[in-house]
Design a protein around this ligand. Structure first.
Ligand code: PMP
Length: 392
């Protein structure tokens, strides 16, 4: 059997990341993998997280099983963080998951369990792993146009594609900091989508992987809150990878809003059942850390300040890169970088041009043109701008 296995295509992102590792040029610049980096190019453990870890180690809590829903206090605090001011809060059920990816997969499994062969709508462009996750769960996938040729959200095209969706179809939306473009939905677009999903009986799935890194925690929640206040049913896949730096701890949660609290409780039971047959229960450490960070007022304010500093660094990098382009060209697609949100922007380059950037200029982004703005270090903006203009 094993000798007949078809080899899956190599993951393009990780292939480029290992190409970067093997490059011996000292001036190489890594804008590939979506992790936050500080001015030294490191992905640090946040101070609030270290303090929570020390406290946990001193308490020496038991490592006994925690139950299928994971860390209950983490689930309660995440639900409050995501939904508290909305009237939907009492109709929510939350299960800790293996990172944001685990939340997406569990929600896809839940949809497939409730309605085998259901359709999940994904925006183009969008996050590369949404479709594989949906297909692995046995869902049908359809695409709606997200960005127009001018690099802005093409609201009419998006709404007219989604007007063809059928009752109970699921629509994936990026809560904030759209991956890969950095172009987020305006409040008016959230409003139009909320109206459309209500009229057509669709269910939004808001992927919230970068909360706090766009317009701050409250600003980044505005679209999700608008949606949660207006629709009957909704899913949220939340990740603590980026905003708490808990990447390798695999910490996240899946939230289901039901029409009633009883419907949410049924969804919770179904998610526990699905998790049991998969990984049984999620790893505890990251959730225990996140629960302390969210629940302890002193740690919470340290975390908020660190998160704000990360966001400000990303904004400063964006401004430096946009200014470097502005000093050399007047291409609106490059100058628009300044208006994007979060870690990513997509350069208007073809895969061959991205390959030239890597080969000739040691500037590494993905073939789709995506660059991680947080990967820029002081003084590198001008070099990146010059390299991009040399291959454009
Ligand atoms: N959704 C989006 C849009 C992402 O960019 C990512 C991370 N690359 C995830 C989900 C998954 O996050 P996690 O690492 O927590 O699984």
């Amino acid at each position: 059997m094993l000798d007949r296995l078809a080899s899956p295509a190599r993951d393009p992102l990780w292939a480029i990341a290992s190409e970067f590792g093997a490059d011996t040029r000292a001036h190489k610049i890594d804008l590939v993998v979506g992790v936050y980096r500080d001015e030294h190019g490191r992905t640090p453990v946040m101070q609030a997280v270290s303090a929570a870890e020390s406290r946990l180690a001193a308490q020496a809590p038991s490592k006994s099983y925690k139950g299928l829903a994971g860390h209950r206090e983490f689930n309660r605090l995440m639900t409050a963080l995501l939904l508290e001011p909305t009237p939907a809060h009492p109709r929510a059920a939350t299960l800790q998951t293996v990172g944001g990816t685990g939340a997406l997969r569990l929600l896809a499994d839940l949809v497939a369990w409730a309605r085998p062969g259901a359709t999940l709508w994904i925006g183009t462009p969008g996050y590369v792993n949404h479709e594989p996750i949906a297909r692995a769960a046995g869902l049908e996938v359809r695409h709606y146009p997200y960005l127009g040729p001018d690099g802005r959200v093409d609201e009419p095209a998006m709404l007219s594609a989604l007007a063809r969706a059928r009752t109970d179809d699921v629509v994936v939306l990026h809560g904030c900091c759209h991956n890969p473009s950095g172009v987020d939905l305006a409040p008016s677009a959230w409003q139009a989508l909320a109206r459309l999903v209500s009229e057509r009986g669709l269910i939004p799935l808001v992927d919230m992987a970068y909360l706090g890194l766009g317009d701050g925690v409250e600003g980044d929640l505005a679209g999700l809150h608008l949606m949660a206040s207006q629709v009957e049913q909704m899913f949220v896949a939340a990740s603590c990878s980026k905003n708490m730096g808990l990447y390798s701890e695999r910490t996240g949660c899946a939230v289901v809003l039901g029409r009633t609290a009883a419907a949410a409780a049924s969804a919770m039971a179904a998610m526990e059942h699905l998790a049991r047959a998969n990984y049984s229960m999620p790893p505890d450490h990251g959730a225990a850390v996140a629960a302390l960070v969210l629940g302890d007022p002193a740690l919470h304010s340290v975390w908020r300040a660190e998160l704000a500093a990360m966001r400000e660094r990303i904004v400063a990098n964006r401004e430096a890169l946009a200014a470097a382009f502005a000093a050399r060209c007047d291409d609106p697609r490059l100058l628009a970088l300044r208006e994007h949100r979060g870690m990513f922007s997509t350069l208007p380059l073809q895969p061959a041009q991205m390959a030239r950037l890597r080969l000739e200029h040691a500037v590494y982004g993905t073939d789709s043109g995506r660059i991680n703005i947080a990967g820029l270090r002081a003084g590198e903006a001008a070099r990146v701008a010059e390299a991009v203009l040399a291959v454009v």
